[in-house]
Design a protein around this ligand. Structure first.
Ligand code: SDX
Length: 425
């Protein structure tokens, strides 16, 4: 197998190195192309362009494979915990029992946020989308921990910033929800595990006890594992490029939250439920909505379907679909939109338009149905995605910084006016 590629242009041949990854992926290294030939490449949306080499997550879109640091998503979702997976992604290996215990305890020590952050929260109107509140509160950490602004401080300082944001993200998320519903915020309860603490901060009310349902807490833990990383997706690429300017971890994560918010990315889980609700209100006529999704003149897309990488199936969607049945049965929830979702999936799998374009349910298609059954309000679904994706963003930011990657600055092909004189006035 050759480790060289050749480009023939203007009667010249340029030889470029081909690199190969540990899973036999191959890439043409074009870092010297412009210097040698004057040519750049162009690839809107970076559909065929690699931005980095990474040891964190491996995806095989054709085979529906997803592995975090070599461990299959199926194994991790079944046997691990979100905190253990967070450690794995960030530090590269599964923690020993002692390392896991220390990591969990460290996180518990930092779940409380500065009381002045409530003043920032109270400045938001109750109709503020929780994703905007979340990204603002994460950015506010740069003010309360000014030493975190320098990402080049010691490894210990970076680890402290990592622990702080892992610990405070659920608090911020729950507080954003409480601001929306006009309830007093709840403070963290460090006697509880990560997910139970989040659920209690989200749902407990001053007037009553909140009993943690282990089915709900376990389902949430599994969902967070499934969202924890996904190589160079839109929001992770955002975190990396912001971090490449040596912006702080908190500034980079806040940027990632905003990128995730978009309905083509993490915002799809909210859009899926809104779409399914509309189909239900419209009488459940899935054939009509499938036709709209295929109509080029209709901006409607089947939310939760399609993926840039997965062209057979999203392994997370398979796990979540099964979990949806289990959780709804255990909770005794009968959600009619689950049947609509399954009907849409069955139709799409038979429809030539979807088959030709390799469009299958993605991670967002069924996740909202579980979140709804867990009592999470729809406008908080993407916030849940952000809580899950946080360790992946951290791991990718840390890898980019440790590899001392250069500042991200793509080129372009200019297609505007040629030089023209400023008019005499
Ligand atoms: C996530 O990258 C990641 O890893 C993301 C993610 C992660 O974990 O970080 O997996 C999380 O973001 C999942 C995706 C959530 N988004 C949605 O569910 C929104 C609906 N899906 C799409 O908008 C779309 O499928 C994307 C954005 C997910 C992928 O878009 P691509 O790869 O740029 O594909 P494309 O837009 O070029 O579509 C190719 C064709 C087009 O038709 P033609 O022009 O070839 O005729 O497929 C069509 C599209 O019109 N198409 C759809 C469709 N998705 C693609 N048609 C109808 N419904 C859809 N959902």
């Amino acid at each position: 197998m050759s480790d060289k590629a050749h480009i023939n242009f203007n009667d010249q041949t340029y030889e470029l190195p081909v690199i190969e990854g540990s899973e036999n992926e191959k890439a043409i290294d074009i870092s010297k192309l412009r210097g040698e030939s004057g040519l750049i490449t162009i690839d809107p949306g970076f559909k065929n362009t690699g931005s980095t080499k990474s040891e964190i997550t491996f995806l095989d879109g054709e085979k529906g494979i997803l592995r975090y640091r070599g461990y299959s998503i199926e194994d991790l979702a079944e046997k691990s915990s979100f905190i253990e997976v967070s450690y794995l992604l960030i530090y590269g290996d599964l923690p020993t029992p002692e390392q896991l215990s220390d990591f969990e305890n460290e996180i518990k020590l930092h779940t409380l946020v500065h009381e002045d952050i409530k003043k920032i929260l109270e400045g938001f109107p109750s109709n503020a989308h929780p994703m905007g509140v979340l990204s603002s509160l994460v950015t506010s950490l740069t003010a309360f921990y000014p030493k975190s602004l320098d990402p080049n401080r010691s490894a210990e300082a970076v680890d402290r910033s990592i622990i702080r944001i892992l610990a405070k993200m659920p608090t911020f998320a729950a507080w954003a929800y409480k601001n929306e519903v006009g309830h007093p915020v709840n403070y963290p309860d460090n006697n509880l595990d990560y997910c139970s603490n989040f659920l209690k901060m989200m749902f407990s009310l001053p007037s009553e006890n909140y009993d943690i349902d282990p089915v709900v807490a376990n389902a949430l833990d599994k969902l967070l594992i499934l969202h924890a990383d996904h190589e160079q997706n839109c929001s992770t690429s955002t975190v990396r490029i912001v971090g490449s300017s040596h912006a702080s971890l908190y500034a980079s994560i806040s940027a990632g939250i905003n990128a995730l918010w978009g309905p083509l990315h993490g915002g799809a889980n909210q859009a899926v439920i809104e779409m399914l609700e509309n189909i239900k209100k419209d009488g459940g006529d899935t054939k009509k909505w499938m036709a709209k999704a295929k109509d080029k003149d209709d901006p409607f897309r089947l939310m939760g379907f399609g993926h840039r990488v997965y062209k057979n199936f999203d392994p997370r969607a398979k796990i979540i679909k099964k979990a949806a049945d289990d959780v709804l049965e255990k909770l005794g929830v009968n959600d009619p939109i689950l049947d609509i979702a399954k009907g849409l999936e069955e139709e799409a799998l038979r429809d030539q338009y979807f088959v030709d374009r390799k469009l299958y349910p993605n991670v967002d298609f069924y996740s909202g149905i579980i979140y709804r059954a867990l009592g999470i309000p729809v406008e908080m679904f993407t916030v849940m995605f952000a809580i899950g994706r946080l360790p992946g963003w951290i791991a990718q930011w840390k890898e980019m910084r440790e590899n001392n990657e250069p500042i991200g600055r793509p080129r372009q092909v200019y297609t505007g006016h040629n030089v023209r004189p400023y008019p005499n006035k």
